[in-house]
Design a protein around this ligand. Structure first.
Ligand SMILES: [Zn+2]
Length: 101
């Protein structure tokens, strides 16, 4: 079972969390100016790398706070955990950790 280290509560089993999708997806600066295809891309299209990937998690049965995790999608290894106010750690692995966003 995957174990995540909540920045506020410490290590807990995956069952205490909910997955929130890709991290670092910015809200469009001017949503009303987007074409339908651009809006659909913002809503539905996410990176799907084979390797390190920055994703959002919420400790839903604990402190109910959101945080980010860089997880290797091949091995499930958790490479980094950081809060939403901390910068994405530079793991020296290029853009795969959450893409260019
Ligand atoms: Zn927590």
């Amino acid at each position: 079972m995957l174990q995540l280290n909540c920045p506020w509560c410490g290590p807990r089993d995956e069952t205490e969390y909910h997955y929130g999708g890709q991290a670092h997806v910015p809200y469009p600066e001017d949503p009303s100016a987007l074409a339908d295809e651009e809006w659909a891309e913002y809503l539905f299209f996410r990176d799907n790398p084979k390797g390190p990937f920055a994703e959002r998690w919420v400790h839903s049965v604990g402190c109910r706070r959101w945080f980010n995790v860089v997880r290797d999608t091949r091995t499930y290894e958790v490479l980094a955990v950081y809060t939403n106010t901390e910068p994405r750690p530079d793991l020296g692995m290029g853009v795969a950790a959450g893409g260019q966003r």
